[in-house]
Design a protein around this ligand. Structure first.
Ligand code: IPE
Ligand code: IPE
Ligand code: MG
Length: 254
């Protein structure tokens, strides 16, 4: 059984590209939706584990802006699963003190999904032990476009002054405003790309790629990823000797 290294800090923010459901199903000669259904069990287990070990923010990439281009049957199947996941998890989230947020263009989601999503967001608003960001209809580039539009508007209205725009101004206008950047970004399913995920926020995240398909990614695989993360040295542009002098051998990005 994989145990978490107890003498190292847990990453504050873990972001996951949950990929490989379709291939997992195809490898079993089953329809793709069967893989998405199995993936929901992994979502439950990873949310529970993240909360248990003290992750502050967990971001799950559930549906990208590009995923709207999939066959309509798969899109509606995914929306149905999302709706039933939210309906079944609301009470567990409240009990476990997990706040739900949505990153993405909520207005593109079907009305029934939007309604349950908004209810879950409202009902978990006061929860503080962990934030669960569901990236839904999310694209990193469109998030940046929205942020720049808002910043331009605020400059025009005199709320902001273009001379004082900074990296913080941009971070503050993203869906993740107020949250720490991801420390660890995991992608399951064997692909080695970001697929438009958290382009701004992940600039210094540690990347972890695994062949494991998302439905097979469970507590043990998650803890293993965190243990590997904890053995990396995050240098943030410095040299290793500087970090040792500062008393930061590995992964402490503060
Ligand atoms: C990820 O699994 C889930 C979503 C993108 C919604 P995929 O459906 O992309 O699975 P593969 O990559 O085809 O195996
Ligand atoms: C990325 O997976 C999006 C999600 C996991 C929600 P995709 O399967 O859509 O990414 P590509 O098409 O392989 O880049
Ligand atoms: Mg995929």
């Amino acid at each position: 059984m994989v145990e978490l290294d107890t003498n190292t800090p847990v990453p504050r923010h873990v972001a996951i590209i949950m990929d490989g459901n379709g291939r997992w199903a195809e490898e079993r000669h089953r329809p793709r939706l069967f893989g998405h259904k199995a993936g929901v069990d992994s979502v439950r287990e990873i949310v529970e584990t993240a909360r248990e070990i003290g992750v502050e923010v967990l971001t799950l990439y559930a549906f990208s802006t590009e995923n709207w281009n999939r066959p309509s049957g798969e899109v509606s199947g995914l929306m149905g699963l999302l709706k039933s996941y939210l309906q079944s998890e609301l009470r567990t989230m409240v009990r476990n003190d997990i706040r739900l947020l949505c990153l993405g263009q909520q207005d593109r989601l079907p009305a029934d999904v939007r309604a349950i999503l908004q209810q879950t967001i409202d009902d978990t608003r006061e929860c503080r032990s962990m934030t669960l960001n569901l990236a839904l209809s999310y694209g990193g580039r469109s998030e940046l476009v929205l942020a720049f539009q808002e910043i331009a508007k605020e400059c025009q209205e005199g709320v902001l002054d273009w001379r004082t725009l900074s990296e913080t101004t941009i971070s503050d206008h993203l869906f993740t405003a107020g949250q720490p950047d991801p420390d660890l970004l995991i992608r399951t399913g064997g692909e080695h790309r970001l697929s438009n995920f958290l382009l701004w926020q992940a600039s210094y995240a540690e990347l972890y790629f695994t062949e494991t398909r998302w439905p097979d990614f469970k507590k043990a695989q998650f803890l293993e990823a965190i243990n590997i993360f904890n053995h990396r040295q995050r240098r943030f542009g410095k040299v290793g000797a500087q970090l040792i002098r500062e008393g930061r051998g590995a992964t402490d990005g503060e």
